[in-house]
Design a protein around this ligand. Structure first.
Ligand code: SF4
Length: 248
């Protein structure tokens, strides 16, 4: 696959061009192109180490285990997620795992008692997820994540590549379904997050994640009963210097 000749003036146009170029390519091809050709040293994988995260982590590790992996430790995660993170990182030999945490000053000012999630979930996600991720992504021109169209009605139109402020965001598993994910786990003998067997097909922070019943969207247990479906890391656009982009 030849590297594109896009410049950094218009991330939306770059994303559109890449979407056209990458249609029909395998997730592994897309990742190899993004990591090895488009953004060498300037791209990170953002992983929740949740229910399906092992697939993308394994693919990236096969391409380059030194690829930075950003993990948001909100301070509200299940203990099982932290243990699973450590297990996968060791098994896949991930050598640049970066743990992003909330700013202690922001927590002291806005969430001293740790119950902001109940009073104002958007504000809680902002200080525990959105702002730490913005800081963690600052050195990078592009990032990779594991969202898929089947996961929720709000994700049905997910493209392979999208603009995120001045960065590009890759969704190489956008068109994967549950059967492909399971097959990948089986083929590579990857361990499942322990909460999957307890009815959690999508796993976020403990106070905001419940099991899901048969027939529900896989994300139906996230912020159940509340008017909220996303934490904000995929709905805001970060403003970063366009000079971080590559020119080819
Ligand atoms: Fe807070 Fe819940 Fe968002 Fe986690 S998912 S950051 S606990 S509101």
């Amino acid at each position: 696959m030849n590297a594109p000749a896009f410049v950094h003036a218009d991330p939306a146009a770059d994303a559109a061009a890449l979407n056209a170029r990458l249609q029909g390519r395998s997730a592994g091809d897309i990742l190899a192109h993004a990591i090895g050709e488009l953004f060498p040293g300037r791209i990170a994988l953002v992983s929740s180490f949740g229910a399906e995260a092992a697939v993308l982590l394994h693919m990236v590790a096969q391409i380059d285990a030194k690829t930075p992996v950003l993990f948001l430790d909100t301070g509200k995660l299940f203990d099982e997620t932290l243990a699973y993170r450590d297990e996968l990182a060791a098994r896949l030999k991930l050598s640049d795992l970066r743990v992003l945490r909330p700013d202690p000053k922001a927590l002291a000012a806005q969430d001293e008692g740790g119950t902001l999630w109940f009073r104002d979930a958007d504000a809680c996600c902002r200080i525990r997820k959105v702002e730490p991720l913005q800081r963690g992504l600052a050195p990078f021109a592009a990032w990779i994540n594991g969202r898929k169209r089947f996961q929720a009605a709000t994700r049905h139109a997910l493209p392979l590549v999208e603009a995120d402020g001045a960065k590009l965001k890759f969704n190489p598993l956008a068109d994967w379904g549950p059967a492909e994910i399971q097959a990948y786990f089986d083929r590579h003998d990857l361990p499942r997050h322990p909460l999957v067997a307890q009815g959690y097909p999508s796993i976020g922070c403990a106070p905001c994640t419940q099991p899901v019943a048969a027939g529900e969207d896989s994300r139906a247990g996230r912020w159940r009963g509340r008017d909220k479906t996303e934490c904000g890391i995929h709905t805001i656009t970060a403003i970063t210097p366009s000079s971080l982009r590559t020119e080819e």
